[in-house]
Design a protein around this ligand. Sequence first.
Ligand code: KDG
Ligand code: MG
Length: 402
Amino acid sequence: MRIAAARVIVTCPGRNFVTLKVVTDEGVTGVGDATLNGRELAVAAYLREHVVPALIGRDPARIEDTWQYLYKGAYWRRGPVTMTAVAAVDTALWDIKGKVAGLPVYQLLGGRSREGVTVYAHANAATTADVLAEVGRQVERGYRAVRVQTGVPGLATTYGVSAGGRTYEPADAAVPSEATWSTRRYLAHVPSVFRRVREEFGPELMLLHDVHHRLTPIEAARLGRALEPYDLTWMEDPVPAELPEGFRLIRQHTTTPIAVGEVFNSVWDCRQLITEQLIDYVRTTVVHAGGITHLRRIFDLASLYHVRSGSHGATDLSPVCLAAALHVDLSIPNFGLQEHMPHTAETDAVFPHGYRFADGYLHPSEEPGLGVDLDEELAARYPYRAASLPVNRLEDGTLHSW
Ligand code: KDG
Ligand code: MG
């Protein structure tokens, strides 16, 4: 069997997605997510111009060799654009291998290590009363873990909090919109929200919080310590992720578990954090960390150091990525949690899939391969629309991490 064609499909059923569809000379197809939020066309061009021509005629069964060929062969290794493109090819080849074998991909990865994939939902709102109501809705839906984001008094908008009752979608304008940030206001407010959530929902519910890279290590240490009475499952992305040494300081001061990794692209980005046991959850995912092949490599390293997985799963990762993530989640020994933000009805229609949610768990499809596809005719009805992630400034106008 040989690869006969590979198409890059860009579609915007509510938000932009880039998908690679690989077709073999025997008519088997495989799909891979290639979406990099706000930089979609860079990956589409990388694939179309530099990767697809080199795929034609290759043996689709040689997944590892193709991964090495794209990674080492480019000379310019790593980085989000390259690794997202590599991920798309890798994911599509796993899909093809599953279809050829007649097995769901998790079976090729060693089979089931658990009955279902525990997922966490989002509860976000501007006021504490609305946050509590939102947590209640997610608990009613059956989620056992909820990420809580709150508005901050004195700030007009806050990362992770929806505006005007709409579903939260960070990429909001063709040219980045600008928000204002104050660490002092944020640190003064957040612990009081978690106190109320714990009081109302009791000790069982797993609670998480995303700091989104906005603090310094000592500020993050202070927040982690202030949140200890509310027993968080994790505090996510407390500081900008470029400086692994910064996590040592946080660790010295707090037992609140730490999760990091949604912006990481390779095992090299996480190596120090994992081997020095500076984090508890690594949140790399299929689409941005080199596909199923490389994600497994990261999670295998993590498993040696008591670090569990917590894959990113926001709505800018397509149903193809979520489907692939679930096969990995089900099979690895050190699974922690999987993020779940349900996609819109339009997106679900463009990407027909067999994964399903029940009682707080997601279950991957039992179909051969990944159990997800892209309806190309429907996708063509939703043309690309430029959309960027916002930027963030301090109250005096200084640009800050978003
Ligand atoms: O593209 C960026 C989003 O995926 C990100 O802002 C969402 O932080 C996020 C999360 O944890 O889901
Ligand atoms: Mg995050």
